[in-house]
Write a protein that binds this ligand. Structure first.
Ligand SMILES: [Zn+2]
Length: 237
């Protein structure tokens, strides 16, 4: 695998050296020499408007929407119960909530759940068909949320640290942030912990069965940012 130095900047460290790690779908993947993050150069992608992301749902029937909720229910309930064992509060925010499947199930499980979503189409479905409410992240009071779920969002934003700071702002002290993001190598669990906030990823659920990813060199360690790096990178609470 080529390790030639790249001029592409790490979205976390910004000024650290990066190198080309591999490619997928014709897009180069870069690796940060300082923090080990692997990432696409988002500027190389054609502009993608996530506000239109859920247009395919325009032809959906009621049966389709119910199916989308029910096919997720068992796994989601298991995740929510694990979260409930970690923290007594039940105020939950789902970032990139889409049509609100996760929020609907959370509401059914007794959580005070709201979604954050930029797609008007998704919000329309969630509000009108699933009874889910949405809120702008900026409108969420500081230190008011027990659990923030941010599943498969952080890898899509140009400023992941800015997003993490915004999420930290709304979390109560001791609150839980759940982040799901692709990992370049199969892994089952990653746990980041800090004294003020708990940072956890409960599992990389697809990794063991479907991930096509393999380490670039056999025996290469899987770099996982230290809790102190994550804590300091996300700024003061
Ligand atoms: Zn970095």
């Amino acid at each position: 695998m080529s390790v030639s130095t790249s001029t592409i900047r790490c979205p976390v460290c910004v000024d650290s050296a990066t190198s080309r790690w591999g490619s997928r779908g014709g897009h180069a993947i870069f690796e940060c020499g300082a923090c080990g993050l692997t990432f696409f150069d988002l500027s190389s992608f054609t502009a993608h408007d996530y506000r239109d992301y859920y247009r395919y749902t325009e032809t959906w029937s009621e049966t389709d929407i119910v199916y989308e909720v029910e096919v997720r229910r068992r796994r989601t309930v298991r995740q929510l119960r694990r979260l409930a064992s970690m923290i007594p509060g039940r105020r939950l925010l789902d970032i990139g909530a889409g049509p609100g499947y996760f929020c609907r199930i959370a509401l059914d499980e007794g959580w005070d759940a709201e979604g954050v979503e930029i797609s008007a189409r998704a919000v329309e479905i969630g509000r009108d068909r699933l009874g889910v409410s949405y809120i702008d992240l900026e409108a969420v009071p500081a230190a008011s949320v027990d659990v923030v779920c941010c599943r498969h969002v952080v890898e899509h934003v140009a400023d992941p640290l800015g997003l993490l700071r915004a999420l930290r702002r709304v979390l109560k002290p001791g609150g839980v942030l759940v982040v799901h993001a692709p990992h370049r190598e199969p892994c089952r669990t990653t746990c980041w912990a800090s004294p003020a906030h708990r940072w956890r990823e409960w599992q990389s659920e697809r990794a063991s069965t479907r991930s096509p990813w393999r380490p670039p060199a056999s025996g290469a360690p899987i770099p996982i940012p230290s809790s102190s790096a994550i804590t300091s990178a996300s700024g003061p609470s």
